[in-house]
Design a protein around this ligand. Sequence first.
Ligand code: S3P
Length: 168
Amino acid sequence: MPKKQIYLTGFMGTGKSMILNCLHEVCGFDKIEMDEQIVQEQGMSIPEIFEKKGEEYFRNLETELVKKISAMDNIVVSCGGGTVMRQCNVDEMKKNGTIVLLTAEPETVYERVKGSHNRPLLEKNMNPEYIKELMEARRPKYEAAADFVIKTDNRTAEEICLEINKRL
Ligand code: S3P
């Protein structure tokens, strides 16, 4: 029996938003894309928030949003790639939720994100080497937060989604 919330986490470009839409269809839960929600509430894009208000401000918005979501029922959530870097967010998510970690090889991530200018943390270093470095630095926190891990390289959203649904 799934818990009240399903959180999709993982590095940028691991397919969280794509799987969100699929899982929303398959399990019938409502959905929240955290970045999208923050952008709507702030009336600014993610790069604008980072530039005008700073990363810490963005991280505080994430923490506030996680608190709100953890009181909701039957919801599937696509987190920002850095949300589980704060332990207080993980603690909140674990109260009633299942955390699913999506992974992909650095080269796969690079191919998925290289054309986008919506990720301030990669803007100055958009290359597979830097992606690998940041991914490795974050890996312990991603793995500690996760209830289970799903690889996304060379698989369709449908395959991934069905596997997640089975393992919940
Ligand atoms: C971030 C990931 C982004 C966004 C912000 C910071 C991160 O979300 O929240 O740019 O720290 O990994 P996606 O993982 O959806 O790209």
